[in-house]
Design a protein around this ligand. Sequence first.
Ligand SMILES: Nc1nc2c(c(=O)[nH]1)N[C@@H](CN(C=O)c1ccc(C(=O)N[C@@H](CCC(=O)O)C(=O)O)cc1)CN2
Length: 286
Amino acid sequence: MTAIILDGKATAAKIKDELRVRVKALAERGVTPGLGTVLVGADPGSEAYVNGKHRDCAEVGIASIRRELPADATQQQLDDVLTELNADPGCHGYIVQLPLPGHLDTQRALEMIDPDKDADGLHPVNLGRLVLGYDGPLPCTPRGIVELLRRYDVPLRGANVALVGRGNTVGRPLGLLLNRRSENATVTLCHTGTLDLAAHTRAADIVIVAAGVPGLLTADMVTPDTTVVDVGITRVIGDDGKGRYTGDVDPEVAQVAARLAPMPGGVGPMTRAMLLTNVVERAERG
Ligand SMILES: Nc1nc2c(c(=O)[nH]1)N[C@@H](CN(C=O)c1ccc(C(=O)N[C@@H](CCC(=O)O)C(=O)O)cc1)CN2
């Protein structure tokens, strides 16, 4: 058996079509949503991701606001850019591209973002809102995963989910999203201290792997009923000496599992689509 592919690229394209309609409706009210990005340094991966975000904006009619600082920028220079974007009425939401160079304080930068302009949903106030069940921008990757499962009619209500990874950007917030009343899944949050990971993944209806460990989930750890979501994205050097990105799910899993959101083409495009969604929603709220 070969798993049905949960196609994040095609789903993100549909979401962008829907956003285009909402952006047109905003234009009739004289509002153009604006997304800001802050990039520090010239890491080629980060530059490519930021370029992708601005291409996405152009596709749906969102205005792009780009701020770039050199790799040796001071914390004060970064603070000044964040202060400026917080005050800019044309900027409905913005992100600081991560990772920042090592000499800069990431936590401080994320906390300087106005929580109402936090397009990534990673500000402590917004993560706190998620814990308490209040409205606020949701973190893009967790939101994208729930949206992808929903659009493929993968049942969440009553489902047992094994979530592998307890990071602040994916694992922890995703666990909170999945066990909200509206989703009503039962989540087991697995991590490096979990004793028998395979026992948890084999017992689950849905396995979501966000551990950053290439090939962590192997074919013997799933059943023909399992839905698998690969959130891993790790840069590795291949036998040819060239760098490439790899996920946390071994390719053989696709021969056993019922459904698979692969890397590439699964969660990544959905993350980008949810960033646009957060900005449009913020502009709609006025
Ligand atoms: N402020 C943020 N920084 C970073 C985030 C983030 O969400 N907010 N996530 C990553 C980088 N990232 C977006 O910024 C991102 C990474 C990968 C993809 C993606 O679509 N990947 C492709 C595969 C990779 C490829 O072929 O290039 C896929 O999964 O199909 C989107 C966004 C770190 N920093």
